[in-house]
Design a protein around this ligand. Structure first.
Ligand SMILES: [Zn+2]
Length: 376
């Protein structure tokens, strides 16, 4: 059994994941990203989650910083700067500039360098699964599998090339950090819902891949529990990288996963038709509180304005239009950008699930069966 709790951290990602270590049944946990924040600003949703967790159960098998964009690393800076009482981690995965052969001379962007300092000062083992090197998919062979008690982690991203390209960018000027805890989530209820959205046309609209080098350095993986349950954590990875790894994992047919956290908060540039096609998946997690407001220049602005950019309507349409079996979408927040799907779910034969309470949603996968879990 794997329980994935997707906290509502503005436009960012923060996944609190727990599983049972069979046959002992001991609860284990990992944290994937911390949402936007900073050394002095703990993301409220993560802070509240720790408050609800008994001090004696704040030990993590693994903490992953998928990449250095602020909407992922920010809350982890807070976590390592002011760890809640009882917090411990057996290991942290974080690819810093020191892991890039080509970039020894390069100082990472501010938040990355800061996280590196915090890790160096802490006693938490860092990338020990890779003998202290980069957590990376090698150029050849099957993607690497890392074993945690009762859980296998198959790495899908980044590739060495992806990390190298990040180093090239960091050598130049690092793009402005995104988000920030003080930024108001764009997505609030009360917007307009135009009736006539050409969903089939949106599903078939041309796909333009994400070009963000930081996103292509994302640590993304597939979790597999001893009971057979599989969960794909897509971080902000490029669809092309994920698809290549999935095909290396299984050369023909669709790769079965029970639950997939959409890459890059459901952006149109990361949920490619090929990615959707590579998976045999009935349940899709959408992790975003909307993020930045949709740009007027977006091809989707004809159908929506003044609301969060994510998830993209094109990304969603690629999943539910002509899906081989009815998909279920699990949203970690209710807002303009997610609520519209409730109105068309029946017409297109899919299901939607929203949080019972603000702060996020928890989804349980047990022996491949997916259901809502109670949030503690
Ligand atoms: Zn992100």
């Amino acid at each position: 059994m794997i329980v994935v709790e997707v906290l509502a951290v503005r436009g960012g990602d923060c996944l609190w994941i727990e599983w049972e270590d069979l046959p002992g049944g001991r609860r284990r946990r990992m944290l994937v990203d911390g949402g936007p924040g900073g050394a002095k600003s703990f993301p409220p949703a993560l802070k509240e989650r720790f408050d609800r967790q008994p001090e004696s159960e704040r030990d993590f098998e693994l903490v992953v910083c998928t990449h250095i964009d602020d909407d992922h690393i920010g809350g982890l800076l807070a976590l390592l700067t002011s760890p809640p009482p009882g917090f411990s981690a057996r290991e942290v995965w974080f690819n810093s500039m020191r892991h890039l052969d080509l970039a020894r001379d390069v100082l990472g962007p501010r938040s990355g360098a800061h996280f590196e300092r915090l890790l160096t000062d802490s006693s938490i083992p860092w990338n020990v699964s890779a003998d202290g090197g980069a957590i990376v998919v090698p150029d050849d062979g099957a993607p690497p599998v890392f074993e945690l008690p009762g859980l296998s982690v198959t790495l899908l991203s980044p590739t060495r090339d992806g990390l190298r390209r990040l180093a090239d960018v960091v050598r130049g000027k690092w793009p402005k950090e995104t988000g920030g805890p003080g930024e108001k989530a764009a997505d609030t209820l009360g917007g307009r819902h135009p009736a006539a959205v050409p969903w089939r046309r949106l599903a078939a609209a041309q796909y333009t891949p994400d070009s963000s080098k930081a996103n292509d350095s994302s640590v993304a993986f597939c979790l597999e529990h001893a009971d057979g349950s599989r969960v794909l954590c897509g971080a902000d990875a490029h669809a092309e990288t994920l698809v290549r790894s999935l095909h290396r994992l299984q050369s023909s047919g669709r790769y079965r996963v029970d639950l997939c956290k959409l890459p890059h908060h459901g952006s149109a540039g990361n949920v490619s038709p090929a990615f959707v096609d590579a998976l045999d998946c009935g349940h899709w997690l959408v992790s975003t509180e909307g993020g930045h407001v949709i740009r007027a220049s977006s091809s989707e602005s004809a159908y929506r304005q003044n609301e969060g950019r994510n998830p993209s309507m094109r990304a969603m349409a690629r999943i539910f239009v002509d899906a081989p079996r009815p998909p279920t979408f699990w949203f970690n927040h209710r807002g303009d950008s997610t609520e519209r799907y409730e109105q068309i779910a029946e017409d297109y034969g899919f299901r939607v699930r929203y949080p019972d309470s603000p702060g996020g949603i928890a989804v349980e996968v047990r022996a491949g069966r997916v259901s809502r879990a109670k949030r503690p």
